[in-house]
Design a protein around this ligand. Sequence first.
Ligand code: AHR
Length: 661
Amino acid sequence: MRTQRLLLLVTACALCLAATAQTLDIQAGKRSAPIQPTMYGIFFEDINFAADGGLYAELVKNRSFEFPQDALQGWKAFGKVEVRDDGPFARNPHYVRLSEPGHAHKWTGLDNEGFFGIGLEAGKSYRFSVWARVPLGGSAKLRIEFVDPASAGEQQYFTQEHITVDSREWKLYEVVLTAAQTDPKAVLRIFLESRGSCVDLEHVSLFPTDTWMGHRNGMRKDLAQALADLHPGVFRFPGGCIVEGTDLATRYNWKNTVGPVENRPLNENRWEYTFPHRFYPDYYQSGGLGFFEFFCLSEEIGAEPLPILSCGLACQFQNDDPTAHVPVDELQPYIQDALDLIEFANGSTDTPWGALRAEMGHPAPFGLKFLGIGNEQWGPEYPEHLEPFVKALRAAHPEIRIVGSSGPNSEGDQFDYLWPEMRRLGADLVDEHFYRPYDWFLSQGARYDNYDRKGPKVFAGEYACHASGRKLNHFYASLLEAAFMTGLERNADIVHMATYAPLFAHVEGWQWRPDLIWYDNLSSFRTASWHVQQLYSAYKGQYVLQATVDGAPLTGAEGQQGLFASAVLDGNKVYVKVVNTAAEPRTLRLNFSGLKKKQRVAPLERVRFTTDKLYEDNSLEAPEQIVPETGPLPGDLDATGRGFDISIPPYCFDICVFNLQ
Ligand code: AHR
C-alpha cells in the first residue's frame, strides 16, 4: 500500500514537472555567430519532370525528333511524314519532311502530345516557332492548331494560325496564338495545308509568351515565382544523381547545355527507369534549361549559384564494376570541364567560354564562388577522384570554394570515413544528405552542436522528413523539419548552407516524394515544407543569439517536453523560433538577458504555422489550406521588461518577433 502511494506521488510529481514552463534564456545583448547569406537555399534536380514538363516552359515534347527509341515519340504523324537526319543542327541532326499525302482527301501533318498534355489558358498567348525550309522551292502553308481531341463539339481545334515557309534555306518561323479556351491537356496540331508542297521541320517549339522575367527560352512563371518567394541564399544545380549518370556517357555534361538551344544535344534522364514502379519511358533532358539559364535564374532570385559537376564516378548505386568509372589518371577532361565552367561563369569576354556567355546575352560575369565536385559519392575512390580536382582548382582558382561529399547517409561507416577525408583534402564545405524518418528528425536537434569547428563547413545539401509508409508530403513531416532546422540555425557558425530536396514534382510524372512544390500543367501548390523553408529564409536574421534552458539549448532532448528553439538577431529585431512537437500545449518563458541597462524588449508579432490536419498537406484543389498566419504576439512583458511568457499549441511552429529598443 505504502509503495503504491509513493509511486503515485512520484508519478504526480513527474507530471507536474512536465507541465512546468521552462525558461528560455536569450542572450539578446550578445551576437553569436553570423548567419551566412547562403544559409537557406534550393536544390534543383531534373527528377519528377522538374525541367522539361516542369520549370522549363517548353510545351512540346521531343521538339527536335531526337528521342532515341523512336524519333517520333510524343508525336502522332499522319499522311506522308518522313524522319531524316541531315538537319541544320549537328548535335540534333533529325528533322521531319512533310510531303503531299497523295490524295486530295488526305492530309499530312503531326500532333504533339506535350508533357501529360499541353496546358493552355484562355486568353493567354503562346509563341509557336519552327525551323523550316521548302527543299523543293516554292512555298508551303502550315496550319497550326490547338486541339482538344476529346471534344464532342463541332470542331476539335479551338485556336488556329498559319505560317508560310518560303525559303529553300533553313529559317526560323514563328507565330503567336492566343488560346480561345483553357485546356490542361490540349494537343498541338500542324497541318501541311498547301497541296503539292513539301516542307522540312526542325525544333518545333511552343512557349507561353508570359514566362518568368519574359525570357524567350523561359521558365514557367508560377514555378519560378515559387522559388523566388523562398528568398534562397544558394541555388544548387543540376542534381543529384543526374550529375553522375547511370553511366558516364549519360552523366550531366554542362557543355551540352549552353549555346543555341537548337543545338543542345538530348540526354537520357536516369529517372526514366530508376524506379520500375514509377516508370517513364519518355523522360529525357532536352538541355533547354541549361547552365546559362541556371546562372541567370540564380542572379534573378538573388541566390549564389552552386553547380555540381561529375567527378568521373558514375552512379555508385548502379555501378559495382570499377571499369564504369574514369580511372584517376584519365580525369583531365573532367577537370578541364570544371576549369572551363569557371571561365564560362566568371571569365572575361575575351576568353572562349566567357565569350560564349556574352554571346548568350550575359557579358557580365555571374560571380561564381562555389563549386561542388561529385554528388553522393563514397568509398576510397571518391577522395582519389576528388584530389586532382582540388589541386587543379586551388592552383588556378584559389577563390573558388570547393564542396565535397559525405556520401548518401547521415551517419555510418562511409560518413565517418569521408568527413576526415574531406578535411584532409581541404574541402571548404561538405555536403550531407539525409532523407530520414520521424524519429531521426526528432533526435537530431543537437546534431551539429559538437561538430569539429576547425574543419570544413556543413552543407546540408539534401534532406526531407520521410516517414516509412507515409512517404508523402504532410504537415507533421514539415513540423519535424522545422524542429530540426533550429539546430541548423543555432549552429550557423558551422552550417553554412541547407537545401531541402527534391524541389519539384509533376503530379502525373513523379518518381520520388515528398517534394517541395507540386504542379500539373496549369497550376501549382506550395507544400507545408515549402512554408517552413520560406519562414526560415524570411526570418533568417544576421546573428545567432544563444538561447538555453538551464544552460542547454532546446533540442527536443529528454525532459524538454518536445520543444525545439533557436533565436537570431536581425538589426534590432529578435526572432525566436519555437517548435512544439508534442501533442500537448506548452508554455515557455522567454527571458532576454545581456541587454544594456536602458534597453527594452517589445513584442511585435507572431507567425504561427499549425493545423489540425496533421497528416495532410496543401493540394492543387486546396493550395492554401495549411499556411502560416501572422498576427500580434499576445502577452505582456513582466515588470523587469525582459521576461515574456508564450504558449504554444500542440504540433506548432511559432516565430515570435521582438523589437529591441
Ligand atoms: O533527391 C533525389 C536523389 O536523392 C538525388 O538525386 C540523390 O543525390 C539522392 O540520392
